[in-house]
Write a protein that binds this ligand. Structure first.
Ligand SMILES: C[S@@+](CC[C@H](N)C(=O)[O-])C[C@H]1O[C@@H](n2cnc3c(N)ncnc32)[C@H](O)[C@@H]1O
Length: 267
């Protein structure tokens, strides 16, 4: 398949994750929202304990004091752990709340950072090129992935590095969707589909997979709270959600598998 067909397949597969209108209309909270506090905590942990192939691939391509562009930055979990190596950071995110968390942390760590609020690649014209471009845990939010990749590539002097779970980040909840709504959730897209698209675009993409360094939840109450929101259930049902997750053998939740993809760019 060529890049156009793979992009179309990615888009269709991602669309198949849409929540049926009648369930969405009755949802007590936005099931798709990212919670800044959750990603802020994850960022603080990553800054305190920097590790993993994504950081290693960024670090090996980044000149001392080089420029990093972090797309879908959140509070900076994929870039700020390299704070002592970064000369200049541009963070792009469609969420002002996430960028606020990033700017607080960048200032505390002494990183010169600029925040650009908006969706990538819509805002690419406002963003300068960087030595290394990162996009971590973003692609399952991006229906039109080919232009997203092309704009990342065009902004990287040396390397593009992506991190993503090997399966859609909501996949682990599929048995609960079936239990509470009688709905079977899709399987695709998966990380291999993103790899195939990057390769079809002509990038010499390399891949490394590993177990996620963090648990998804440390307490079952956190799982129940998250599931109520994501599965469109009243928070008053959280005890029922917790006991159902236990009965279905879903607790403790196995760690995700995270995939790092990277390619070097030609000047
Ligand atoms: C799951 S969080 C990941 C944050 C961070 N990169 C990390 O790994 O911890 C995804 C972030 O991407 C942002 N986002 C999603 N789609 C985007 C897009 N097309 N352009 C810019 N930001 C986007 C969301 O607002 C959110 O902050």
């Amino acid at each position: 398949m060529d890049a156009g067909a793979l992009n179309e397949r990615w888009r269709r597969n991602l669309e198949s994750w849409a929540i049926p209108d009648e369930i969405l209309a009755a949802a007590p909270a936005d099931p798709w929202a990212h919670v800044p506090a959750r990603f802020a905590g994850r960022t603080d942990r990553a800054v305190a304990e920097p590790e993993g192939p994504t950081l290693a691939r960024v670090a090996e391509a980044l000149p001392e004091g080089g420029a990093v562009l972090d797309v879908g930055s959140g509070p900076g979990g994929a870039s700020l752990p390299l704070h002592d190596r970064i000369g200049d950071l541009v963070a792009v995110d469609s969420s002002a709340a996430m960028l606020k968390e990033l700017m607080i942390r960048a200032e505390g760590l002494g990183v010169a950072a600029t925040a650009v609020e908006g969706a990538w690649p819509d805002v690419e014209g406002e963003v300068p090129r960087a030595d290394v471009v990162i996009a971590a845990h973003v692609v399952y939010n991006v229906p039109d992935l080919a232009p997203f990749f092309v704009a990342l590539n065009a902004h990287a002097r040396c390397r593009v590095v992506l991190e993503l779970p090997n399966r859609h980040p909501m996949s682990w909840m599929s048995p609960l969707w079936e239990h509470f709504h009688g709905i079977r959730r899709p399987v695709r897209p998966i990380a291999e589909d993103a790899v195939a698209l990057a390769a079809a675009l002509g990038y010499d993409v390399r891949v490394e997979e590993r177990e996620a360094p963090i648990e998804r939840f440390t307490h079952i109450e956190d799982l129940a709270e998250s599931v109520c929101r994501r599965v469109c259930l009243d928070p008053a049902r959280s005890e029922e959600v917790a006991s159902t997750a236990m009965e279905l053998g879903m607790w403790p939740v196995p760690r995700d598998r995270w995939v790092t993809l990277w390619w070097d760019t030609r000047e």
